[in-house]
Design a binder for this molecule. Sequence first.
Ligand SMILES: Nc1ncnc2c1ncn2[C@@H]1O[C@H](COP(=O)(O)OP(=O)(O)O)[C@@H](O)[C@H]1O
Ligand SMILES: [Mg+2]
Length: 352
Amino acid sequence: MAFIKLQELTKTFPHAAKSAVKDFDLEIKKGEIITLLGPSGCGKTTTLRMIAGFEKPTSGEIHFGSETIFKQDYSLPPEKRGIGMVFQDYALFPHLTVVKNVMFGLLKWNNKEKKKRAIEVLELVGLAQYANRYPHELSGGQQQRVALARALAPEPKVILMDEPFSNLDANMREKMRYDVKRILKSTNTTAIIVTHDQKDAFAVSDRVVVMKDGVIEQIDTPMEMYRCPKNCFVAQFLGKTNLLTGKMANDLKHVYTHIGKVCLPTKSEQLIDEVTLSVRPEGCRLVENGKYVAEVEDVIYSGEYQEVTVKINTEQGGKQSIFIHVPIEQQVKKGQVVSFDIKPELVSLVEK
Ligand SMILES: Nc1ncnc2c1ncn2[C@@H]1O[C@H](COP(=O)(O)OP(=O)(O)O)[C@@H](O)[C@H]1O
Ligand SMILES: [Mg+2]
């Protein structure tokens, strides 16, 4: 049985032309970290709020194991759902010390037990030495770990986090992704995290749910999702990619595109006439005597690699831009004529 099961969860706000979330289906295992990923307004927060009980679904069902949390005409109140919430702005009580903030959620316990448990979770998040400080005496990352400790203290069935990394600077953000994952995994805590940032999603999750306009586009592990995006939207949302259209060859292993023949990673199961390919920039490699010849149009240095745009003359007499990641040690200049190959493993067939 699924630890958490969301069934055809739908929310249509009054007077809205379209549903904010439509037929959301998901089964989550105990201890799994799931992220809801998608552009602003796609329904991530609404989904999270329905699970928490802050928003009443228009239809659908929510089950925690064998317990029904929500169905038509029945809704378990938020405080009885066993949920730990971490808000984007952390929502710590400014007038309470760190330890008192963490003790706050432990309603049924006596004071001594509350303190013992609070110190225990503060140790887990590496903040026991800050127990008597006030929130304003902590950095953003530390405040977030207090918020996480407070949510974890009552041992909730699931932790819900809405855009937990968006108020942090780049370095702290990277560290917190790692810390949050480590803390959740060490306690085998099930979590649903909302983010619009692909790097957040990939770094912390076991599985990612990509959403668009209230609808699930794809559910997969980060690696599967990146290598085999289902459609153009998912492919483009997960980072830069080159979309090429073409006709499949009879061998089912190649596609004739505007820039020439491109090899697929595996043989297609069926002959599809018109296809779209997603070719990742890191799947293109500048080499001598490569299969595709192009002229360098632009070079941007990103630190980790060079983002190079090249132009290829198409067989139809037009031009096609291709985006390539080039290692920093390789010399490339604007106007230079180069040639490249495409690694089939980083090519995928996508739906329109
Ligand atoms: N309380 C509300 N009343 C009316 N519309 C809402 C309300 N909350 C959210 N929406 C709408 O629902 C859609 C999804 O919003 P939201 O879940 O906040 O998206 P996300 O978190 O992915 O940015 C948006 O079109 C938004 O304007
Ligand atoms: Mg949101």
